[in-house]
Design a protein around this ligand. Structure first.
Ligand SMILES: N[C@@H](CCC(=O)N[C@@H](CS)C(=O)NCC(=O)O)C(=O)O
Length: 207
């Protein structure tokens, strides 16, 4: 099984975390998006990362890949079976991908991606304005949803993966959640990013 995509990407990180949680071995090709790699281009019709090649079975998109991995390697379950838990887990996966990512990625782009990886000047005013104006409703909502150790029920799931992955990029952007204002979220992010699966997925970016 080959996973394409640098784990600097929050979406690629979702796939790596899932595979590490399940103990599935794989090869990692940490290509950037729109890479000039024929194997990657065949697996990713949009040029986006991640994409998967499992013995010739090609699949793009982190959510599609997580569902595929879950069906093929059901243990430990990362997608709950119980109806309400399943619904919430799918919701948080989508929320992470489509609501958190577009906003939380902006400080990362302006403070890390442009200056450190693209040799371009970042727009600090854009980063700070996003943090001040766009972050609070998102973080307030997440704070309201955390009751126990995990976002859904009493087990680690794709919900935790899809939400927490976005916050690692914020650490690279030197943004830490204000634990006074969002205490449950700050603790949730810390303990989730400390899981061995996240630690290994994050380290994979330095390969
Ligand atoms: N829905 C896709 C989104 C993947 C995605 O947007 N990845 C970014 C990198 S973080 C990318 O490849 N961007 C290139 C582009 O948008 O053309 C998924 O869940 O995998």
């Amino acid at each position: 099984m080959i996973v394409y995509g640098t784990s600097v990407s929050p979406y690629v990180r979702k796939v790596l975390v899932s595979l590490f949680e399940k103990g599935v071995s794989f090869d990692h090709k940490p290509v950037p998006f729109h890479a000039d790699d024929p194997g990657f281009q065949a697996a990713s019709p949009t040029g986006k990362i991640p994409a998967l090649d499992d013995d010739g079975f090609l699949l793009p998109d982190s959510t599609a890949i997580l569902n595929y991995i879950e069906a093929k390697h059901p243990e430990p379950a990362l997608i709950p079976a119980e109806a309400k838990a399943r619904g919430r887990a799918v919701w948080f996966d989508k929320y992470g991908d489509t609501e958190l990512f577009p906003v939380l990625i902006i400080p990362f782009v302006e403070r890390f991606l442009k200056p450190k990886l693209m040799n371009k000047e970042g727009d600090e005013a854009r980063a700070q304005k996003t943090i001040d104006e766009k972050f609070p409703p998102l973080l307030d909502y997440l704070e309201s949803q955390i009751e126990g150790e995990y976002l859904v029920g009493n087990a680690f799931s794709i919900a935790d993966i899809a939400v927490a992955t976005n916050f690692h990029n914020l650490r690279l952007a030197k943004y830490e959640i204000d634990a006074g204002r969002w205490p449950k979220l700050a603790a949730f992010v810390n303990r989730t990013l400390e899981r061995p699966s996240f630690v290994k997925a994050i380290a994979a970016a330095k390969n």
